[in-house]
Structure formats: structure tokens, C-alpha cells
Design a protein around this ligand. Structure first.
Ligand SMILES: [Zn+2]
Length: 1035
């Protein structure tokens, strides 16, 4: 599953994170803002459209009534047939004789039962008494009843599911019949499986197909654990196999989880589609099942739908049976063994394009017909074919299914989901129109696809045993985003370079908080599960894997992965299975490292170390290396008071080299495992400097004595190329963050960045720009901000002049060849425009004016977001309106996104407020984009308090909307709060947390720590920084 991420622009969960683009708002205090113009609202609908809409509604209503009748009849028929089957007791004996059950108060209207019977009512009378008695019985035995436990009881195991669905798109309901073949491991009277938010009509248990039924005493839902319980009159016997049949119905919900609907408009007509999102715990909303990853089974799915739609699932369609009334049933082939969370289906009227890999896998990209016609899916389709070939070669395990469909949907809670054979992507992460996409957008699309394809092996073929090790699949998929992109674009050096800024530097910000958590997290309840999908799992997981690959050696690492996938395919594996396989691979090449022992320290402890290297001050060639846990706010009490930060220790593979003015030694590896160690370094001379963590392959920071820092700064200024590009970026990031946390004087990072005027590589600029961003946000509302602004502008000026602006739209082959150069130019323009370089502002304004007057957009693709944002912040509200209009009229998803974000760059508080209010209107702003609007307004110094106020006022609405997709909620919480930095704001935050109701508790405690660290930095270091800047500017 790929979380919604915008490379380089947004850091979602991360506190204190860099976002260069938003820095644009700073220097741009240009023309005075005008009043709000009414016309900036959504275009009014025309009368004709009203009539058309009205007609459709009437028609739709008529169709739904008919469908309602049809469904009722089918349901009645089904239940009659069911009773014919001879099952002794489908329905539990209930007071009032009503055997129907609902997983929640929400029931599908017209789906065969009287709607809306609340659960309490159904569970009344005798049955409830029995239930109580039963609970008391368990209490006497001092045990939780099997349905109240956080995990499913282990006595049953599903072997095979037969799932038959009918999807009624005209009233957004569906009905289903599931037959689960069960194996009994321990005798029990109870069948406990997940089912949530559905209406169960009938239940039957039979001992294999021939023998008779097993009497069902009663059934009930237990909503606290989202399970459905079937109580039998006698125990199921060990080693026998039973069939559980459940007939149910539910809604195709208008939200983002389970089996849900979304829509798009084509030729002025709204079309609907139904699609699933089951990960991590939402399959239970679509069918009763054993919804934990360990319960792998085979699935045979059939979907009945109107012939105007097509249906898709993990496997290809085996046969389709057409009925006379315009309905069709697609029967899909049986899946291999798999878990429920990556099962999937869709009902839509998309079209597709197709390609075939060398090994014969059919790859199709399905999307709305206009996008397919424009060829917007061709890029994704083409790289998917190549990537399957890449992974098959790298893992030496073939892709396991006959086909892979990629589905581009308008609405999705995540960037994408790796359903085996049917991966689902939000349109903005897969459709790409080459004539209007920037390199950055292309990179985003590419990496999301590389990520989901990696999951076809890591996740789908071999699945984590339980959610605590979700990082095993997500860390790998995230790491391979870089490896796979290097395969597609060999010159881009993603794994060696871009990984640092986008993953390592980013996650070290988050993991440097005392309120962080280990990458392997304990997961007790269902409600804990969403919590584990965060950047720690993804990015720290990836960074640890990269460190591991690097100390093992890449080829041994690859061999180990091949073994791991081969041994565990179609099964589940835990982290120790991986460590064991990798240790064995190392042994085969004659190396002996206990990988489990090393890695447990990194995966089970939170945070990371800062290593301090003290040079040869006393005796010759002896250095002192010490480690301690890095934290931004050393005042914060450790989360676990029994365990102070002092007890944190890691086994650290520290690579180290010695350099002098023109040369650097080859690296040596030192395993540091104590608090403090002495090491002998040969050839350490008076003027030579030490450099640790060569190419930043390790997941830790390195600090030195001031003398060594001075020597390094000297080296960078005189001849920076002696130090590798990755280490130059690493030194910048370490220095900024060490200063931020108080380990280093504030001037050191600012002195380091002086050498950038000679830096021609993209990565160090990118690292600097990202590291400057949180500092900028700490200062952007202070009195002396202009001193800081002025200093940065001076560092950027000469490179800005040297590089100039891109001439115009690049052609594709050029993009590939000059990626580094174009990204560097973009970075420098971004810094120049954000900090108020006059030429940059003029250039942006000219480009916007040209667009408005000619109505032709000649703005170079790679800098469009910068130009739009600068234009909106500098120019009057006519420009805002113009961008607003373009946001509505453009069909290209990449363009829509940056236009929307540009609107948040305004200096006009009325406009910002209006935009915030519009963001919650789903007709105007897609649900998943609304969060970005609010966060971007919070990054704008003119809007920070507005977004914060808006957030508090609308919290109930926002929490209801995103609460269940926890990742989005925590992204919102941290995005709105991470740059609050005054005592007053800290108080407001704490008061708000006291009064708010439910949800996102972890995000809020992280927010408090972040704001406390911001306030503390202001108090301790702000003046020191300004003093140095003042002095430096007058020199
Ligand atoms: Zn993923």
C-alpha cells in the first residue's frame, strides 16, 4: 500500500519537515491583495444541466424502485431455496422470531429485509439472556469468551472460500453468499469470524457436502471486535472439514473503505463505479471472513452485475453467463493461497489498454474511457511490463498470477493498493499526460508503480504473519521504489542519492522525537492496526533495509531475498524468518554476523543513535567514538520512564574514512556497540579530517568535535568533490538537525551551506533546501525574519544566475538525460522565488501574465508549481480567480493538483478562509485533496492561524470523514500543527486536546512534543542564530 506522498513537497506525518514549495509564500509580499471576488466560487450550473440532472434523478429513482423489488424477490427466493437445503437451523431462535441480523445500524435499504432495525432490538429477549449467561460462564472460567478476544480464536482455519456477489449499482447495494470450507483444529461449539456493517440473512453449517447439517443454536454480532458468532448445538470435531454458508447483504458505501463507490463525469454525465479497499481490516465489511493475514485460503469469486458494467477481480474471468434480463455473472478462476486484505474486486465501465510480458503475463490498465483514449495510461502500462520483468529477474521467482490489472480510480484513501493481480491506484498516481507532466510528477507515478509491483512478491506472495511487522512488506516496497526506478532510469542514482533526502533525512526527523515508536509495533486490537501504517514503518523500514543491504553486500543480500521468497511463497513469514535466511546467505560466503541480534536493536527500539567522533586530541591515532539516542527535545521525558535514554544502545556498522585537502582514504568499518569506545585510526595527521557514515548508508547521525567540523567546512569550500555527493548532502542534513536539537552551535550549518555557490550537484542543494524549511517555518513570523531571508538569498544568488530558467517544455528523451540538471535548476529557482529574489519574482509574474493574456500556457512544466504559487502570492486576486477557473476546467490530474495547491499561496486572508471553507465541499475538492488544502494553508505564514482555527472548529467533521483512514487523519493533525511555535499556540493545542472527542491520540501527543520542541528552540537558540546572521551579513 502506498501512502499518499508528494515527493519533495509535502512531508505528511513528519513534524518539522521540509517543504520547499510552501516556502514560496515567504518572500512574496508583493502587490496589495484586493477584496474577495464572488466569481471565484464554483461555476453555477446552467438550467439545461439542471433539467438533465433532474431527468436522470427521476429515471434513477424509477430504476431503483424496480431494482428494489427485484432484490426483494431474489432475497425471498434465496431464503426459500435455503430452507429447502435442509439445514436444520439457519436462523437463530430469537424472541419475536426474526432471524435477521445486522453488523451495524446501517443497513442497505431494499435489500430484502425491513431496513434500519437497530442492533439492540435484534439482540433483545431470550437470545440476549443466553448470551449473558454464556458470558458469565466465561467469566467464571476467568477467560474472555472467544468473540471478545482481540485476535480470532485459533481453533478453526478457512481453507477455501466460494463467494458469489450481486452488485446493484443503481441503488448501491450488494448481496452475497459465502461458503467457507473450514478445518477444525480444536473442538468447539463456536464459529467466530469477522463481519462488520452488513446484514446477515441466513447461516448454515454442514459437515462436508454430503453429510447433514449441524444445528445452529444462535448467532450474534459482537461489534467491539467486529466479529460474527455462530453458536452450534454440538462441537465441531477435530480434523473434520465443515462448510459454513452465510447469506448477507450490505451497502456499496459512499466512502473509502470496504466495497465502496465513487464516480466520475464523462460527456457531462456522472458514472459510478464500485471498488474495494480491504487493507488492513476492511474485507470484513464486504464479506464474512477470517480477516487476519495468517488465514491464507483460496478464493473462488463470482460477480453478478448489469451487462453495461464489467467486473474485475484478482484472477481472470473463466466464464461469463449472460441472462436475458441484461445481467451477467462473471466467474473468476480460483486464486492461489492468499490473505483477505489483498483480495479485490471492482464493478465499473472503464476501458483498457493491454501489454504482455516476456513471460506471458497479461498486463492491462483500466481507467475512465477518456483517459484511455488520450493515452494517459500508456506510461504506467509500459513501465509495469518492464518492472515485472525486472522483479522476476531480481527475485528469481516468477510473477504468480496469469494477469495483472492496474485500475485507476478517481477516489481512494491511499495513493495505491497492491491487491494481487488487481492493483488499485488513485488517478493522480498512475495517469500521466507526457505533454503536461513535470519530472517530479513522472517520478511520483513511477515510484508508486514500482512500490505496488514489489508488493506482488513482498506482501502478496509472502505475507507478514501479523501487522506488527507490516514494515517487512512496506519497508521493502519503499526501498525497492528506488532500486526499481534505477532499473528504469539508470543514470538517476535513486538508491544512492535521492533515497537520502526523501527517505533517510525525512524519517530521522520523525524518529528523533521522544514520542516515536519502534518500527515493529505491538498490535493488540483492531484499532491499533491502522496506526502501524505510518512513515516509521515505511521509511525507517526502508532505511534499515538499505543499511542491512549495505553491510551485507548487495549481491549477498539479493541472494538472501531470493531464498526467503522461495522458502515462504504462498505463506506467511515473520522478521526472524528473514533474519535467519539472510544469516545463512552470509554464512555461505564465509561471513558470520548474527543478523537477528543486530537488527532486533534497530527494529525493537525506537529512535536512532547520534555517534560522536572525537579526534586525536591526546594520543596519536586514537579516536573516541560514543553513541547516545538522538532526540530533538532533550527536556522531554522519555515515554517509558523505567527506561531513560541512557539505556539505549545499538550495534552500529560505522564506516569511517580519513581525508585531507585532496584525498580521502578508503572506508573502514567499525562495529560500535558500547556507549563509548576507543579506536586506532592509522594515518591520522594534524590537518586531516574524519568522516563517518560513508555515503550515508547507516541509519544514524554523526557529530564531531568543532575542530573536525571546521576542517570539513574548509574542505567543502576549497574542493568539495573530495567528499562524495551523498556525504555532502549528509553533512548538511546532520549539521542542521544537530543544531536544531542543540548538539551543535547554530552557525555551523549556515557556514556549511556557504559552499553551495560552487555545488553543481542536485542532491546537496536538495538536502539544504529541505533542511532549511523547518528552520524557515520557525522564523517566518518573527520580527527579524528578513535577516535570515537575506542570508539565504545571498547563498542562492550566484547559482540562480548561472543556471537561469528552463527555456520551454522539454522533450522526453531530454528529461531522461538531464534529470539531475533540471532538478537542480528547479531547486534553485524554488529557493530564489521563495526567499524573494526579485528577478525570480518578475519572471514568474511575466509568465503568468503571458498565460492570462494569450490563454496559452507556455510555462515550463518543471517549474509550473513554483510559478503558479509565486504568481498567486504576488499578484492581485484576478490571478487567484484565473487559477481557480483553470483548476475547474483542466482534465489533467497532475495539473489539477498543482493549481489547487497554488491557491493556498495567497497573502489574502479572505481568500484563504474562503478556500478552507470550500475544501470541505466534496463536489469541489476531492476528499483526499481537502487535507492537502488545509495543510498547505497552514504552511503559509499568512494562513497558519486560519488553518489552525479552521481545524479546531471543523474537527468533528474532519474526524468523522477521515477518522477510520487513520493515516489521513494523522497527516492532517501533524500538517496543521507542526509549525505552531509560540507559547500561546502551545496552550491552544493543549486546551484543544483536553476538550476534543476521540481519535488520533497518538498524532496529538506527537504534535504536542513537536510544538514544545519548536517553542523551546525559539527560547534557547533564536537569538544566537540572529546574532550570528547579523554579524555575518555585515562582514
Ligand atoms: Zn505498500
Amino acid at each position: 500500500m502506498a501512502l499518499e506522498e508528494k515527493r519533495e513537497k509535502r512531508p505528511p506525518v513528519t513534524p518539522m519537515m521540509i517543504e520547499e514549495e510552501a516556502a514560496l509564500r515567504n518572500g512574496s509580499r508583493g502587490l496589495p491583495p484586493g477584496p474577495w471576488a464572488e466569481t471565484a466560487g464554483p461555476r453555477p450550473r446552467t438550467t439545461e444541466r439542471h433539467i438533465a440532472v433532474h431527468k436522470r434523478l427521476v429515471l434513477g429513482f424509477a430504476v431503483s424502485i424496480l431494482a428494489l423489488l427485484a432484490v426483494t424477490m431474489i432475497a425471498v427466493l434465496l431464503s426459500v431455496r435455503f430452507e429447502d437445503c435442509g439445514a436444520a437451523a439457519d436462523s437463530p431462535p430469537r424472541a419475536g422470531g426474526n432471524g435477521s441480523l445486522s453488523g451495524a445500524a446501517r443497513q442497505p435499504p431494499g435489500a430484502g429485509q425491513p431496513p434500519g432495525r437497530p442492533e439492540e432490538e435484534v439482540r433483545g429477549g431470550e437470545a440476549a439472556e443466553e448470551e449473558e449467561e454464556e458470558e458469565e460462564e466465561w467469566q467464571r472460567r476467568r477467560e474472555l469468551p472467544p468473540w471478545a478476544r482481540p485476535r480470532l480464536p485459533r481453533h478453526l482455519r478457512p481453507l477455501h472460500y466460494n463467494l458469489m456477489l450481486s452488485a446493484f449499482m443503481e441503488n448501491f447495494t450488494f448481496s452475497g453468499e459465502v461458503n467457507v470450507q473450514l478445518e477444525v483444529r480444536n473442538a468447539s461449539r463456536y464459529i467466530v469470524l469477522h463481519a462488520h456493517r452488513m446484514h446477515i440473512e441466513a447461516v448454515r453449517v454442514a459437515e462436508d457436502k454430503l453429510a447433514g447439517g449441524v444445528r445452529v443454536a444462535r448467532t450474534f454480532f459482537y461489534p467491539q471486535t467486529q466479529v460474527f458468532v455462530v453458536v452450534l448445538n454440538r462441537s465441531l470435531e477435530v480434523q473434520r472439514s465443515y462448510n459454513l454458508k452465510i447469506i448477507y447483504n450490505a451497502l456499496i458505501e459512499n466512502e473509502l473503505l470496504g466495497f465502496f463507490r465513487s464516480s466520475y463525469v464523462i460527456h457531462g454525465e456522472r458514472r459510478f463505479l464500485g471498488v474495494t479497499q480491504f487493507s488492513p481490516t476492511h474485507a470484513r465489511k464486504a464479506f464474512p471472513c477470517f480477516d487476519e493475514p495468517i488465514y491464507k485460503a483460496t478464493f473462488k469469486i463470482s460477480i453478478r452485475h448489469q451487462a453495461t458494467y464489467l467486473s474485475l477481480s484478482n484472477m481472470p474471468v473463466e466464464t461469463s453467463v449472460f441472462e436475458e434480463d441484461g445481467w451477467v455473472t462473471d466467474h473468476f478462476s480460483q486464486t492461489p493461497l492468499m490473505s483477505t486484505y489483498y483480495l479485490a474486486w471492482a464493478v465499473c465501465n472503464f476501458t483498457y489498454r493491454e501489454t504482455v510480458t516476456k513471460s506471458g503475463v497479461v498486463v492491462r490498465l483500466y481507467a475512465r474511457p477518456d483517459a484511455i483514449r488520450r493515452g494517459s495510461g500508456d506510461y504506467a502500462l509500459n513501465i509495469t511490463r518492464r518492472l515485472i520483468e525486472f522483479y522476476e529477474d531480481y527475485f528469481k521467482v516468477p510473477y504468480s498470477l496469469p494477469k495483472l490489472d492496474l485500475l485507476a480510480v478517481p477516489k481512494h484513501p491511499y495513493a495505491a493498493m497492491e491487491n494481487w493481480g488487481l492493483s488499485v491506484f488513485v488517478e493522480q498516481r498512475i495517469l500521466l499526460d507526457p505533454s503536461i507532466s513535470s519530472i517530479l510528477y513522472l517520478l511520483d507515478v513511477t515510484m508508486v508503480i514500482v512500490h505496488e509491483l514489489c508488493h506482488q512478491w513482498f506482501g502478496d506472495l509472502v505475507t507478514p504473519v501479523w501487522w506488527e511487522d507490516v514494515w517487512l512488506k512496506e519497508g521493502f516496497a519503499h526501498y525497492f521504489e528506488f532500486v526499481g526506478t534505477d532499473y528504469l532510469y539508470p543514470g538517476w542514482n535513486m538508491e544512492k542519492q535521492r533515497f537520502l533526502t526523501d527517505v533517510l533525512h525525512e524519517v530521522m526527523l520523525l524518529d528523533g522525537l521522544a514520542s516515536s515508536h519502534p518500527v515493529s509495533q505491538e498490535v493488540q486490537q483492531a484499532s491499533d492496526i491502522d496506526r502501524v501504517f505510518d512513515w516509521i514503518a515505511y521509511k525507517k523500514g526502508a532505511a534499515l533495509i538499505r543499511m542491512l543491504a549495505s553491510f551485507m553486500g548487495h549481491s549477498v543480500f539479493q541472494m538472501g531475498l531470493q531464498d526467503y521468497l522461495t522458502i515462504h511463497k504462498y505463506g506467511n513469514a515473520a522478521r526472524n524468518d528473514l533474519w535467519n535466511t539472510l544469516s545463512k546467505a552470509l554464512k555461505r560466503v564465509g561471513k558470520s554476523v548474527n543478523i537477528q541480534e543486530v537488527m532486533d536493536q534497530w527494529t525493537l527500539q525506537m529512535g536512532y543513535p547520534v555517534i560522536t567522533i572525537l579526534g586525536n586530541e591526546t594520543t596519536d591515532n586514537i579516536i573516541v567514538i560514543s553513541q547516545e539516542r538522538f532526540v530533538y527535545d532533550s527536556d522531554t521525558k522519555p515515554k517509558d520512564p523505567a527506561r531513560g535514554d541512557n539505556s539505549y544502545l545499538w550495534q552500529i556498522p560505522l564506516t569511517i574514512a580519513v581525508g585531507n585537502t585532496s584525498h580521502i582514504s578508503s572506508e573502514a568499518i567499525i562495529w560500535v556497540s558500547n556507549k563509548s569506545e576507543h579506536h586506532r585510526i592509522p594515518a591520522l595527521e594534524e590537518a586531516s579530517w574524519l568522516l563517518g557514515n560513508i555515503n550515508q548508508t547507516g541509519y544514524f547521525r554523526v557529530n564531531y568535535d568543532i575542530r573536525n567540523w571546521r576542517l570539513l567546512i574548509n574542505q567543502l569550500t576549497r574542493n568539495h568533490e573530495v567528499i562524495s555527493v551523498s556525504n555532502r548532502a549528509g553533512l548538511i542534513d546532520d549539521a542542521f538537525n544537530l543544531a536544531r536539537a542543540g548538539y551543535l552551535p547554530q552557525n555551523i550549518p549556515l557556514e556549511i551551506m556557504r559552499y553551495l555557490s560552487e555545488e553543481k550537484d542536485f542532491l546537496p542543494w536538495h538536502a539544504a533546501s529541505r533542511a532549511l524549511y523547518p528552520l524557515d517555518k520557525l522564523l517566518d513570523r518573527t520580527e527579524n525574519y528578513n535577516i535570515f531571508n537575506e542570508y539565504i538569498l545571498r547563498q542562492v544568488a550566484s547559482m540562480y544566475l548561472k543556471l537561469g530558467w528552463p527555456t520551454n517544455n522539454l522533450n522526453k528523451s531530454l528529461v531522461q538525460a538531464s534529470y539531475q540538471h533540471e532538478e537542480l535548476r528547479r531547486e534553485v529557482i524554488m529557493l530564489a522565488c521563495s526567499f524573494g529574489n526579485k528577478h525570480c519574482h518578475q519572471q514568474a509574474a511575466t509568465l503568468i501574465s503571458d498565460w492570462i493574456s494569450s490563454n496559452r500556457n507556455r510555462i515550463p512544466l518543471n517549474v509550473r508549481d513554483i510559478v503558479y504559487c509565486t504568481g498567486v502570492s504576488l499578484m492581485d486576486e484576478d490571478v487567484w480567480e484565473f487559477i481557480w477557473m483553470k483548476f475547474h476546467s483542466t482534465t489533467a490530474v497532475s495539473e489539477k493538483k498543482i493549481l489547487l495547491e497554488a491557491l493556498t499561496c495567497s497573502d489574502d486572508r479572505n481568500l484563504l478562509n474562503r478556500l478552507l471553507n470550500l475544501s470541505l465541499n466534496s463536489e469541489v475538492v476531492l476528499d483526499q485533496d481537502a487535507i492537502d488544502v488545509i495543510i498547505h494553508v497552514a504552511r503559509n505564514p499568512h494562513g497558519r492561524d486560519l488553518a489552525w482555527k479552521f481545524f479546531r472548529e471543523k474537527w468533528k467533521i474532519l474526524n468523522a470523514r477521515y477518522g477510520e483512514a487513520l493515516f489521513m487523519n494523522s497527516k492532517l493533525v501533524s500538517g496543521v500543527t507542526e509549525f505552531l511555535n509560540t507559547e500561546g499556540e502551545l496552550r491552544e493545542l493543549k486546551n484543544f486536546i483536553k476538550s476534543y472527542e476521540g481519535g488520533a491520540a497518538v498524532s496529538f501527543s506527537r504534535a504536542v512534543e513537536t510544538v514544545e520542541a519548536n517553542v523551546r528552540w525559539q527560547r534557547l537558540y533564536k537569538e544566537e542564530l540572529f546574532q550570528w546572521l547579523r554579524k555575518s551579513l555585515t562582514q
